[in-house]
Design a protein around this ligand. Structure first.
Ligand SMILES: Cc1cc2nc3c(=O)[nH]c(=O)nc-3n(C[C@H](O)[C@H](O)[C@H](O)COP(=O)(O)O)c2cc1C
Length: 200
């Protein structure tokens, strides 16, 4: 796998450091066992009231080519330029209300995001890359994937064996090798009250 490990300012776990969002995938398949492992990682994510408000529509290219093509067709043109070489596509939905009492669940998308984050780290452990995408047709995902009413499509995810940048069209390959940058911690973490600098 191409190493794009994060140039961290403080130590973090190797799994976190090694995760990044590739666009270059070889066309190697993702196995059923790997998919099961990814979804098991999602399954053990924390969620408000243990509601587990996520639904994933998934398709492996090698084993469900028609379903895979359908999911790929929902992606934006930019994402369709690279994501269909991945071995596995998913669309993640969040249930907007609590199953127990029907009240709105304001943290459903937050919970879905945590489940996806766990899959992204499990993917690293499996030697796979993952790339989350908001660029897909939300209306078509709602209309065409059979997910019951009351679920919002939130994110598409490509999983696969990470390839080298030269497999990509030049414009996309440039983004694949651009430096990885982040805000400093002091921009988003404050001591006790917003604006009081945190000394680290
Ligand atoms: C919710 C979400 C939506 C995203 N949507 C897209 C997308 O549609 N297309 C794309 O190429 N990247 C997308 N990304 C990837 C981000 O651009 C990427 O995570 C960010 O630049 C940080 O890079 P890294 O993941 O390699 O650390 C998305 C990421 C997230 C978490």
């Amino acid at each position: 796998m191409t190493d794009r490990s994060a140039p961290t300012a403080h130590p973090i776990h190797d799994l976190l450091r090694a995760r990044w969002s590739p666009r270059s995938f070889t066309d190697a398949p993702v196995s059923a066992a790997q998919e099961a492992s990814l979804l098991e990682a999602a399954r053990w994510s924390a969620s408000c009231f243990n509601e587990q408000p996520w639904v994933f529509i998934t398709a492996r290219r090698a084993d469900a080519p028609e379903d895979f093509a359908k999911l790929a067709s929902l992606l934006s043109a930019n994402n369709q330029a690279w994501a269909p070489k991945a071995g596995l596509l998913m669309i993640g939905f969040a249930r907007s209300s609590f199953a127990a009492n029907g009240n709105p669940n304001a943290v459903a998308a937050y919970d879905l995001g945590q489940a996806v984050a766990q899959m992204a780290l499990q993917a690293v452990a499996l030697g796979l890359g993952s790339h989350q995408m908001r660029g897909f047709d939300l209306a078509r995902a709602t209309a065409e994937l059979g997910v019951p009413e009351g679920h919002e499509p939130v994110v598409a995810i490509a999983f696969g064996v990470t390839g080298t940048p030269d497999l990509l069209p030049e414009k996309i390959a440039e983004r694949e090798v651009a430096p990885r940058v982040r805000k400093p911690i002091t921009d988003f973490a404050h001591l006790g009250r917003h604006g009081t600098p945190l000394k680290l």
